[in-house]
Design a protein. Structure first.
Length: 239
């Protein structure tokens, strides 16, 4: 565990209380908020990426300890290490499966939107795109009681979208139409917008079916890139 000790010491040495305070507010760590109780060192993401690259050979045991940390940046660093490993051109399906299983076994600690968004497409989405017979897990996650597991399912579909396969994102989007949390509305609207960048007809097919009942935030995110006249028609219900 020597590498783990070194990485923790290095991150502690970079602690920035003023920046930590700002991040605590930005990621809603107050009582009753979605990030309640999370702790920050105040380290910026580019520096975390540098550290993750330096310690990219952490063992599964070390990664497990790091991702369980009470410090947000340490959990983020563990996820960046995993994402870096997915970019290795020599990575095998077996190695992807190990990371996929590790991730799903640690979702309790992947508990804010930046942690999910940075990692779910690459670690969960890429594996399921390559091994589609296992993609039913996306729908299990979408029905979870956990906000973060639901967001994970939506963001994992991004990998399918990038490869012009839209059915997963659309099905998950339908499952989450009645979700109560604003962070889910934003995630679903974002993925719809990404579909529209590649196939506007597919996005509008979904919108015309659901826009009257979908959460306003989801709709606004989905139509953000539309021209103003079309945006207003959707917003006013005159499409």
């Amino acid at each position: 565990m020597q590498k783990l000790s070194s990485i923790k010491k290095e991150m502690l040495s970079l602690k920035n209380p003023a920046q930590a305070k700002l991040l605590s507010g930005f990621f809603k760590t107050g009582k009753g908020e979605y990030g309640e109780g999370d702790e920050f060192y105040g380290i910026k993401v580019p520096k975390i990426r540098e550290i993750a690259k330096k310690y990219s050979e952490l063992s599964p045991e070390e990664l497990s300890e790091l991702i369980k940390s009470k410090i947000h940046e340490e959990r983020l660093c563990a996820l960046v290490v995993l994402v870096l490993r997915t970019k290795n051109k020599k990575i095998t399906i077996s190695e992807r499966k190990q990371m996929f299983d590790f991730y799903l076994n640690h979702t309790k600690y992947i508990n804010n939107w930046d942690l999910v968004d940075l990692s779910a497409p690459q670690i969960i989405g890429e594996y399921l795109f390559l091994v589609p017979q296992e993609k039913e897990i996306l729908y299990t996650l979408a029905k979870s009681e956990s906000l973060w597991e639901k967001r994970l399912s939506m963001l994992a579909s991004f990998q399918f979208i990038k490869n012009k396969e839209y059915s997963e994102a659309l099905k998950i989007g339908e499952l989450l139409l009645n979700d109560s949390h604003d962070l889910m509305h934003k995630a679903a609207g974002w993925m719809l917008r990404e579909i529209g960048k590649r196939d506007l007809g597919v996005e509008e097919g979904f919108l015309k079916k659901h826009y009257e009942k979908m959460p306003r935030t989801m709709l606004r995110y989905a139509i953000e890139k539309f021209d103003e006249e079309k945006r207003q028609k959707y917003l006013k219900g005159t499409i």
